[in-house]
Design a binder for this molecule. Sequence first.
Ligand code: FDP
Length: 344
Amino acid sequence: MKISSYQPDQSGLAYSVGTTLDRFIKLKQSDFPFASGELSQLLRDIALASKIVNRETNRAGLSNIGGAFGQTNVQGEEQQKLDVIANIRFIRALSKGGEVCAIVSEEEDAVIDLNNKSGKYVVAIDPLDGSSNIDVNISIGTIFSIYRRKTPVGSPIREEDIMQQGTEQVASGYVLYGSSTMLVYTTGFGVNGFTYEQSLGEFFLSHPMIKAPESGSIYSINEGTQEDWNPGIKEYIDNCKVKKFSARYIGSLVADFHRNLLKGGIYIYPATKKNPNGKLRLMYEANALAFIAEQAGAVATDGNKRILEIQPTSLHQRTPLLIGSKNMVAEALQFSNKTEFSTN
Ligand code: FDP
């Protein structure tokens, strides 16, 4: 019997499809000194649910799942059918996996206790962000944060398991359902992005070790609300215009954040008269993106404080958010610090 050792193909006829998310997660499991594979499985559960949500969003115009659901969520916002579907899909995936004990979701008033005796992790999730863009074929996203519970595994869930600062996240990420679908995540060892290959049904590593440019020339803010901003923010944006920066605002946080992360830019959702504490939610929007931003060399603040160090006091707490390239956020703060932001 002849045995020859494996030689990678040199013909160039069959290009390599690259590293799948599953393989990458497995390779990186050893980054955690006491990893037993649960966090890896949890990330895979999220990826699976995101593939299903991707399928639903892709055919939303064809099936009867577009439009409003006819109910409002806890923040009084009208729920879209796809908001509800995504919420069900993610909660189902997380409850079946066995790694999660509790879930905080934008679509749920209360913490969901999964009554899972072996679950070590708490997940905070915005199942479908940017939902006002669903019906008009514009990018939307999913945002998630993962925490390790503080109290012993198997004991009843307590407030301290849920109300953790962003610095305690063990992983966070987002899925962008855009011109291509991407999953970007961090476990505190850099940020990696994966693009979904529809025909193979797999995410492949496409953006290894993302680094945010330190400066940029894109600013993203809803300028329609400018009469309600503090004067410092208005001055900063006026200054962006003097510098002939580009205004880019999709109105889907994930999409606006992702573009600025790759190209260099700043996203601002300030305190306004209508939303004196900002509009975005600390626990399942700002914290997750702040962790990613910092891991990529960018920064995130509420105007006074690092986002990751804000102590949450309620599940659906809002926060002003300035996030993006280091130098741009620093400059925005110089302008905005002339007046105060509110954080509670
Ligand atoms: P949406 O209300 O459509 O879900 O998370 C809230 C969010 O979208 C962000 O994705 C988006 O950046 C922002 O609100 C848009 O708010 P405005 O319409 O006030 O600009």
